[in-house]
Design a protein around this ligand. Sequence first.
Ligand SMILES: [Zn+2]
Ligand SMILES: [Zn+2]
Length: 572
Amino acid sequence: MARGGRKSQGNPVDWVTRAADDAVRHAGEGNLVTVASGASPSGPIHLGNLREFITPHFVAEELRRRGVPVRHLHSWDDFDRFRKVPAGVPAEWADHIGRPLTAVPDPWECHATWAAHFRAPLQEALHELGVEMEEISQTEMYTSGAYRAQVLDAVARRDEIEAVLARHRTKKVSAGEDASAQEAADLAESVANEDDNPAAAASADAIARFPYRPYCRGCGRDTVTTTAYDDATTTLSYTCSSCGFEGITDLSTDNDGKLLWKVDWPMRWAFESVNFEPAGRDHMTPGSSYTVGTEIVSSIFDWRAPARVVYAFVGFAGMQKMSSSAGGVPTATDALRILEAPMLRWLYVRRTPTQAFDIDFGPAVVRLYDEWDALGRKAADPDKADVATLAWHRASATASAGRLPTPAVVVPFRTLSSVADVTAGSADHISRIVESSGFPHDSVSDLEPRLTMAMQWTAEHVPAAERTTVRESPDSERLASLSEDEEQWLRILLDRLREPMSLAEVTAVVYGVPKLARGLGLDDPPTEQVKADQKDFFRLLYRLLVAAERGPRLPTLVVALGPEKVRQLLGA
Ligand SMILES: [Zn+2]
Ligand SMILES: [Zn+2]
């Protein structure tokens, strides 16, 4: 036994391997495996929710690699009710509260419905990430009557269902009493999210806790109270508190509503034969939909709760002006403006889903790219295969898309962003500087998509105070007060600047100036005196070139500015 799990044929084992094993065990050897995800397109789907989609995706990919038949089924919970009007949306949208998300118009007028508006950008991002899913719409499933037999079954056995729900309601209350303030708040939040109608759930009237709720035929809202149900005719009578409509719907022929969430979820596990589905931690509290669903799925729908992983929170840091519509919370689309698709995948696959982490859009992005590039070099050597390189491979390619886009010529992100920062120039301009810095390439496209990402990151995420501002004219005051040493350093530097020079040559000269000034050769190791001189010399250069104490690496800065600009600013 190796640390961290079993090893088979010397191959490293990670959480994906184990989750895939669980899914196969659940489905039974040789059977089609269904991995599932679900999301409500009620608002922007942020990077934390991406775990819902990408976790089963990695499991499906592992199974494809093994040659196991698998489908990734994704459910858009777009038949859910519209709950509240978010900031920035006209107040009159309050009129739509209680209607299905597919019946609410798009206030931005770019899509057919509210649901489509929030579904579309995520679909695009998932496509870019190489995540392929078989998508189903719960609006279509319910309104086509696909679940009719299951709905009738659940309604016929509503007393058994209510007994399970009631037992868990009690547990939840007692768990709440023992909980800390934060846990209690989380719990209250999850009750609010999970109970489709908390007021009715608390009611003593059994008919009010009916497991199925129609949308009102008068106004389309779910603000209905079930007044009667006739088991013989399967007709349900209701009144609507919004519009006063009193109606009847026949569950054997009409398709007006849906099962309550805690019954709906396990019904769908059974209907779709789901073998694996991840769940957010909020679904795992006592009395939560997962706990309740586990009981209901076996007692009512004759299926076993799918194998699962519970995924933890993803946070964010280092954000400047976020263009996101998510109210400052970044979406996958935002992340894909600065991270190559394989890197974003890597952030999710390299940690077990139970581990919370932050995605940092600040200076950490530069280190993240360095780490990713170093891992790519390691992954190229099969002798170095381990869990880390396995994550790199999982992140880099998918069964159907093959290798996801990465630059043909890999230039460190820090180089690209420094040049973008210093020049504030076009991609072509940056490409020429990068070329002369020792990264030969045929065209700008060889540097993509990283070059564009570096430009976007520099423009959108580096705070103005940390941006480099190249001086427009020489600092005549400072140039007039140079010491003898300083004058000598600048003279040596200017003597040796030629065009063109590679980054390596410029590096040797910039570091070598204080050596030459002390009578040493360019290749001699620096003495303590030279090291002290280098510090002073570099500080002088930053002052004269960018009017700051520090900046991008000096050789990169000198190459990016070009000898002519450097001569102008150093007063030559
Ligand atoms: Zn839209
Ligand atoms: Zn109504």
